[in-house]
Design a binder for this molecule. Structure first.
Ligand code: NDP
Length: 496
């Protein structure tokens, strides 16, 4: 038997009845156990993530299967067979913590690698591109995915108004509206680091890199109708599916692959290789296998290990670097900032976020400091007492990373606003006839919900984008919406 105690370890008996003035009388203020229970309960909720609030996670193992040491000195890639513990969190993006798992939405795909050189977070999605390419647009974009300030309902009008005024969203909109916008849980979808990062080798030479996690299970999606049904039948479908598969020993796996581009190739590439709304063609930059990620352990406690898990693209380890990708640069700021708000300044000491290897610095104190706070050791640098020194072996060749592209950015700024070529390729060359008709039907289903006096203007503006990407796509959506070409008022995109 284990004794029931208060939070301070005081054993007590009356867990279900409160002290009162006589058996039928009012309660006594002195029953501190009642206060403790109610007060703690009142404080159980922490701020939910502003995006990616609904999610599921599992621990696993990353195993190196191919040698990429010529590209990166990161210790986790050090030798074939090397294993690193990981935590992988999947999520939807726009819904609240209690929303349904099968909503049409991108899915977050965030991996924390617990490496001996510190925790590396690769925080991406199940799509290689995103709706916007500048982080200043992010709050506006997300507002359109959340609730209307007046009706408190989701609004297709806000969504399509924003999409149609931001044609850079078109590529991701097509992915979102395709079958892959409603994946069958989390196991049957790919993951992408999405951003361009750098790899740095022992000679401090750099290449640019895109990370791809290919589902070994293959791709499986719900149709729009099935997803809608599942929202009612089991809003937690993806959580249950992942949890049960792992409990049954049916461990899901992904193959990690990379695309690599030299700085010279980056400077000459037909698209801005740091633009999150475009991909690198796999024909020109083929996938190179790196390793396998297997999920094999469910967290024991959802709040402690999933809700409190914090992933940030700022956390990169030696041998991996950032790039001038503007969205990445914005996320380097935004993610740890969100975590300090949501979990408090000492969130990296929470067990799920804690680096299991050495952590040495002079950060002290702060709300909810839960480790020994450095005990008696000095809390300033430099000092004459401890032996903690910056290790020159970990110096980052930052100038080297950004220099080769600095000029190129200016020269090619014009070409960065091609919002249509890759979406057109996607529609024409990647989708089958059946994929295309489901895509068109999903788009029309969503656009039919646009309402209000500007309905026609928004629809026409968005149709123009579809036409510009691929004429037959524009025609198909227009037909599906039952719009007569003669009725279509031409509102060309107000932004390039
Ligand atoms: P490829 O033919 O080499 O690649 C096509 C890619 O499209 C494959 O990765 C494939 O993934 C993926 N794909 C297939 N069906 C869908 C779908 N319904 N939704 C989303 N992705 C799908 O050509 P390129 O690399 O030159 O790219 C051509 C176009 O493919 C791009 O413009 C882009 O729109 C799209 N794409 C490109 C990716 C890239 O990183 N280059 C990644 C994903 C899409 P799978 O392995 O499952 O078949």
């Amino acid at each position: 038997m284990e004794k029931l105690t208060t939070a301070s370890g005081i054993p007590y008996v009356n867990h279900e009845d409160t002290q009162s003035a006589g058996a039928r009388g009012p309660l006594l203020l002195q029953d501190f156990i009642l206060h403790e229970k109610l007060a703690h309960f009142n404080r159980e909720r922490i701020p939910e993530r502003i995006v990616h609030a609904k999610g599921s996670a599992a621990y696993g193992t990353f195993t190196v299967t191919s040698d990429i040491t010529s590209y990166s000195k990161a210790k986790l890639f050090g030798e074939i067979g090397k294993q690193t513990r990981v935590l992988l969190r999947f999520s939807t993006v726009g819904g609240e913590k209690g929303s349904a798992d099968t909503e049409r939405d991108p899915r977050g795909f965030a991996v924390k690698f617990y490496t001996e050189d510190g925790n590396w977070d690769l925080v991406g999605n199940n799509t290689p591109v995103f709706f916007i390419k500048d982080p200043k647009k992010f709050p506006d974009f997300i507002h359109t995915q959340k609730r209307d300030p007046f009706t408190n309902c989701k609004s297709a009008t806000m969504v399509w108004d924003f999409f149609s005024l931001n044609p850079e969203s078109l590529h991701q909109v097509l992915f979102l509206m395709s079958d892959r916008g409603t994946p069958y849980g989390f196991r049957y979808m790919h993951g992408f680091g999405s951003h361009t990062y750098t790899l740095i080798n022992k000679e401090n030479e750099i290449v640019y890199v895109k990370f791809h996690f290919k589902s070994v299970q293959g791709i499986r999606n719900f149709t729009s109708a099935e997803a809608k049904l599942m929202r009612g039948e089991d809003p937690d479908f993806a959580q249950r599916d992942l949890l049960n598969a792992i409990e049954d020993g049916n461990f899901p796996k992904w193959t990690l692959k990379i695309q690599v581009m030299t700085p010279e190739q980056a400077a000459a590439y037909s698209f801005n290789p740091f633009d999150l709304t475009t991909v690198w063609s796999q024909n020109e930059y083929p996938l190179i296998e790196v390793g396998e990620l297997e999920l094999n352990q469910n967290p024991d406690n959802y709040f402690s290990e999933v809700e409190q898990a914090a992933f940030a693209p700022s956390r990169i380890v030696d041998g991996i670097g950032h790039s001038p990708d503007k969205m990445l640069q914005g996320r380097i700021l935004a993610y740890p900032d969100a975590q300090r708000y949501r979990l408090g300044v000492n969130f990296e000491q929470l067990p799920v976020n804690r680096c299991p290897f050495i952590v040495n610095n002079y950060q002290r104190d702060g709300l909810m400091r839960v480790d020994d706070n450095g005990k008696r050791s000095p809390n300033y640098f430099p000092n004459s007492f401890d032996n903690i020194k910056p290790d020159a072996a970990y110096a980052r060749p930052a100038e080297q990373v950004h220099q080769p592209v600095a000029d190129w950015f200016d020269r090619n700024a014009e070409g960065e606003n091609d919002h249509y070529t890759q979406p057109g390729i996607f529609y024409r060359n990647v989708l089958s006839q059946e994929d295309k008709s489901r895509l068109v039907s999903n788009i029309a289903e969503s656009m039919r919900q646009i309402e209000g006096p500007l309905k026609e203007e928004i629809i026409n503006r968005q149709l123009c984008h579809f036409f510009r990407a691929e004429f037959s796509l524009g025609m198909a959506v227009m037909n599906e919406l039952g719009i007569d070409p003669g009725d279509m008022t031409r509102h060309m995109p107000s932004k390039k």
